[in-house]
Write a protein that binds this ligand. Structure first.
Ligand code: SF4
Length: 288
């Protein structure tokens, strides 16, 4: 495989965005929270809510001591609010199992609620400086094109981990930079729709470019429309319950004018099943 690490490191030095979680001393808890938030939400929306979150709960123990309802409220409009609940549970587990310190070991991280392979590796690498391949959707796209000669990532994420491991330099500090650089290149240059190959440090060694940009298919799962979806109904219900800080709300009054009553009921049921809403005597509230 051609050397991709050296051009990535040089490019990252000159082009990396100044993001809160990249600043020295940001800490493992900040990294963990930011990774939860970034899983499905764009950077610009995450930053203000991340800062407010860490100001309110600067340690896992601080969040663990709060009610889950407070976490769901503070999550505001970041979307996919189960992440707030999972983050709260993870904070409780960190307090109870790890003396309040975010663990460093990937298996310990994987054992926490809401943490998958990507987040566990990201925390070990970006917070603790360890050497592991870290592969998010942006990195997968860079690997698909530069290494595998494909237009979009394939279905097997395991292969991407293997490819990323091959690219990483032996030097531990350099390996963390390469992980971050591949991600950043995918976010800024090798974008999904129109890659900017003229600005890419891998242009002279990119397999997809060398092959003439063949269309090798796209197996990515398209996100369903938000408008009119159950997700939208769930969001509207949570918005009402977030605002109700002093009282529970009668179930029939929560988005009572929703145009599709069956969808509304389904959304309430699914929120209860997810633990995001509690139903007590016909009234709804955020989890205590
Ligand atoms: S040369 Fe183009 S397609 Fe290849 S990695 Fe760079 S931006 Fe992506």
């Amino acid at each position: 495989m051609p050397d991709l690490a050296s051009p990535l490191i040089a490019w990252y030095r000159d082009n990396a965005r100044d993001l809160p979680w990249r600043r020295p001393g940001f800490g493992a808890w900040g990294t963990l929270v930011s990774e939860f938030m970034l899983q499905q939400t764009p950077v610009a929306r995450v930053i203000p809510l991340l800062e407010a979150w860490l100001e309110r709960w600067p340690t896992p123990a601080d969040l663990a001591a709060a009610a889950p309802a407070d976490a769901v409220r503070q999550w505001a409009n970041l979307g996919y609010p189960r992440r707030a609940l999972w983050l709260h549970r993870a904070a409780v587990e960190i307090r109870d199992r790890h003396a309040g310190v975010v663990p460093r070991d990937v298996d310990d991280l994987l054992a926490l609620t809401g943490i998958g392979d990507y987040t566990a590796r990201a925390v070990a690498v970006f917070a603790y400086g360890d050497r592991h391949p870290v592969v998010d959707t942006n990195t997968r796209r860079v690997l698909a094109r530069a290494v595998q000669g494909r237009s979009q990532p394939g279905p097997a994420a395991k292969r991407d981990l293997v490819d990323m491991a091959e690219i990483l330099p032996d030097d531990i500090a350099a390996s963390t930079v390469v992980n971050a650089a591949a991600m950043e290149l995918g976010a800024l240059v090798c974008t999904a729709r129109v890659p900017r190959c003229d600005a890419c440090p891998l242009a002279d060694r990119c397999a997809w470019r060398a092959a003439g940009y063949p269309d090798t298919g796209d197996t990515r799962v398209k996100q369903a429309r938000y408008e009119g979806s159950d997700r939208q109904a769930r969001g509207a219900i949570l918005q009402v319950l977030r605002a109700a800080t002093t009282h529970d709300v009668a179930a029939e009054d929560v988005i009572g004018d929703w145009p599709d009553a069956a969808q509304r009921d389904r959304a309430i049921d699914s929120l209860v099943v997810d633990g995001l809403v509690e139903a007590v005597d016909g009234r709804l509230r955020l989890p205590r």
